[in-house]
Design a protein around this ligand. Sequence first.
Ligand SMILES: Nc1ncnc2c1ncn2[C@@H]1O[C@H](COP(=O)(O)OP(=O)(O)O)[C@@H](O)[C@H]1O
Ligand SMILES: [Mg+2]
Length: 1007
Amino acid sequence: MESALTARDRVGVQDFVLLENYNSEAAFIENLRRRFRENLIYTYIGSVLVSVNPYKELEIYSKPQMERYRGVSFYEISPHIYAVSDNTYRAMRTERKDQCILISGESGAGKTEASKKILLYYAVTCPTNDHMAALGDRLLQSNPVLEAFGNAKTLRNDNSSRFGKYMDVQFDFRGAPVGGHILNYLLEKSRVVHQNHGERNFHIFYQLLDGGEDDLLITLDLERNPQKYQYLVKGNCPRLSSVSDKNNWKVVMKALPVIGFTEEEKLLNIIASVLHLGNTQFGEGEEGETYITTETQIHHLSKLMGVDGSALGEALTHKKLTAKGEEMISPLSFEQALSARDALAKAVYGRTFTWLVEKINQSLALKDELYHSSKGSSVIGLLDIYGFEVLQHNSFEQFCINYCNEKLQQLFIELTLRSEQEEYETEGIAWETVQYFDNKIICDLIEEKHKGIISILDEECLRPGETCDVSFLEKLEDALGGHPHFVTHKLANGKTRRVMSREEFRLLHYAGEVNYNVNGFLDKNNDSLNRNLKEVMCQSDNQILQHCFRREEVIDQKRPEMAATQFKNSLMKLMEILMSKEPSYVRCIKPNDAKQPGRFDEVLVRHQVKYLGLMENLRVRRAGFAYRRRFEAFLQRYKPLCPETWPNWHGRLSDGVSTLVSHLGYKPEEYKLGRSKIFIRFPKTLFTTEDALEAKKPEIVIVIQSGWRGMKARRRAKRRRQAAELIRRFIKGFIYRHEEYCPENEYFLDHVRYSFLKNLRQNLPKSVLDKNWPTPPPLVAEASEHLRRMHMRNMTLKYCRRVQPEWKKQMMQKVEASKIFKDQKDSYPQSVGRLFLDSRLVMYRENTQHLRRFSHCFTLGNDKVQYGVSVIKYDRRGFKPRPRQLLLTNTFAVLVDRTKIKQRMDYSAMRGISVSSLSDGVFVVHMPSEDNKQKGDVVLHCSHVIELVTKLAMMANKVSYVNISPGSIRFAVARGKEGIIDFVRGSELKVAKGKRGHLLVVSQRLY
Ligand SMILES: Nc1ncnc2c1ncn2[C@@H]1O[C@H](COP(=O)(O)OP(=O)(O)O)[C@@H](O)[C@H]1O
Ligand SMILES: [Mg+2]
């Protein structure tokens, strides 16, 4: 409502209730037109939605649009079919009361589209699970099937629903759709056998012929050309530019399995037989007897319907009568045979349609397993039914349709007034009589027992003797003459008489006058099928037909109810259903007959406004108060208009509203205060208030603006103050930083600690070798040291855990090497980066990476060789070089010349190992010469001296026996004599005999 108020100047009013001149049809139509021009196709009359068919796609049905309307109060946002859908859904959820949405309007006004939009809205926005998604699918998929069988092209609508539809959607306690049910009303069966010029039969026939595969058509004995079928040629309109029969055929065939169909074949047999029935022709014999001229059709029919051909032929040309308990067969005249044939076609099609609806209902039915979760479920019903119909010639169908609309109007009046009255009661406002026209008198005129038009029609159909449509009219005149809503040519005054034919009667419906031509009333009401035709159909093999034509029907001699009575009864049931629900209304209007966008034909619209009873709707709505609003909403909106209520009212709401309206100068007759709502009688009062608010807005804006600016400035000042305080504390803390922790420096010191720790966290050393550590402020020096150690220990631990056994061994050897050689021998630094291997003998060299593999490769006696390396042995006298291999076991070492052991050196006897401090590879193993087994000191050279000596010293457990001499090494030669090796640095490595019989070793300078 609020948005309606603000928008009223631009595009009329969004709610007709706010139309000042609510009795003026012209003002009403002008409002519709202005809005339609702006593509605003929806307008409210209170809670009734008026919708004008735009005949073009509007961008107002997208998912974001659906979201816009979700959970939003009805009046806060522009009128929309989604607002009605959502409001109904929410009312169902919150009030736990069943709802229904009644959609009415002329053919082509957009009823079916509206109902589809509502269904889609629920399918998209309601919560679902898998089962429900499938149900939503079935609900949506049932539409194309129903439309194929129940819709047809008419002059007014290319996809006109030729039946009334009421559909229940059932929701569970969570608000998810769980089931559905459809009731169908009054299928226009006459269309099966006859169509007006420019119209078509039901879509399914054309779809089958256009879309069915060749094989299928052959099985059904059909040809693709619709012109070949008598039932399809009457309207002379086989194809439509706006509809693709072929595509729709595919859609229908796809939808059938979704809604649980398995009997397609039987269904199509029936559709084909209707076409064949149409082509069944008769001839007239010389003696007036009627016979069938198209035997092939009978043959096809017998095959497709699964009935006996000759029995069918007989039944089409003869009728069975029972007179005085005796059965008699009498031949039919040519005309009678034609109408029997057509009656059969209509019955077959009509009953199959009903069967189809039943079938769809089975698939939509709430499944047993869901029954429990459906406790507390509620229903939303959708009624998509023909609106008031006034054609050039109005017949039985229009009579039924208009009767239906009278009933719906009754319901509307009753429910609207009832809810109005209830609201007045709950609000404690005295009920005032509402001036409106109660159409009960017309409903009675039509439906009253014994006296009403329907009763008279039934009587006339059943009465023995000569009856015809005209005799029916006479009966009406006799019984109803003088009724204020009933006129005939005979009863009318001169003026009316001139515009009425003698075969017409006129009803003054609530929406206007309609003349009905009585021609065909009796026949259509009878809607009878010869008994022998029924008997033939009962015996069909086709299960659908068996289901449609029950044997009991033939046996039961009681006459079935007449069509009008059947319709009346089904309407009664519908009214019962609707009465138990909370209704919402959608009234659809067609802006022009040409199905063109943007054209607003005023005459046509006026006609519909009249026959939809919209002015009457508005009058009922406006009978009391034009506007009502809860106190809090009213106060919230208009409180700036009164100094006492602005900016806030702290007292009781009703007092606030009272203060406000007396300040605004409302007169007592203009409004009433209920318990929770204010009721305003005239839109004018409200508009004046609204205008005052509009005028007040700049002032309010200034107040709000200055308040906001002040608040912002205060906030900024506060933050600045806080910042200054912080800086002050910081500086003070800096000055006192060397003092004990005290209030003056606590902030600063905490900050220093905090920043050090934060910085430390980012800069912790990543490896054990990284010795960097941020310098701590004195305050945290101790903690920093603890942390440093902990971190280092932690890293070391982690590192050690990762070390493999062979690496551990390697490392231990390296550590020993370091102990022995570090800073002692020139070649040591070079050795650090190289791995110690388990063997250096040539045969293993290629695999040296795989240390493990060589450790135990061969044995000497019982001892495994742990290491082997090539060496050069120098004779102690003369220093002749000899290539040898030195092998180490766990207890001794041997010098080997290929396979021959030359010398064995027991570790236990070993007295020491000497090496030089230079970079050479010469070393001496000191062995006792007294021992016969041992041959005394050995002078050796090895390119891996560091590795070899380390291993030897470790294995012999004689690390401390390694002696590193800077200048020369003395060694024992036999019998107390000793030799000397001199070490000097030179340009290149050389081992040669030097002066005084010494061995001279020249080592390369390494740097
Ligand atoms: N809201 C809408 N937006 C766009 N086109 C619409 C709308 N409502 C109806 N139409 C058009 O009007 C045609 C007839 O509408 P339909 O719902 O079948 O009428 P009814 O059921 O009242 O006879 C539709 O086929 C469609 O082309
Ligand atoms: Mg329709």
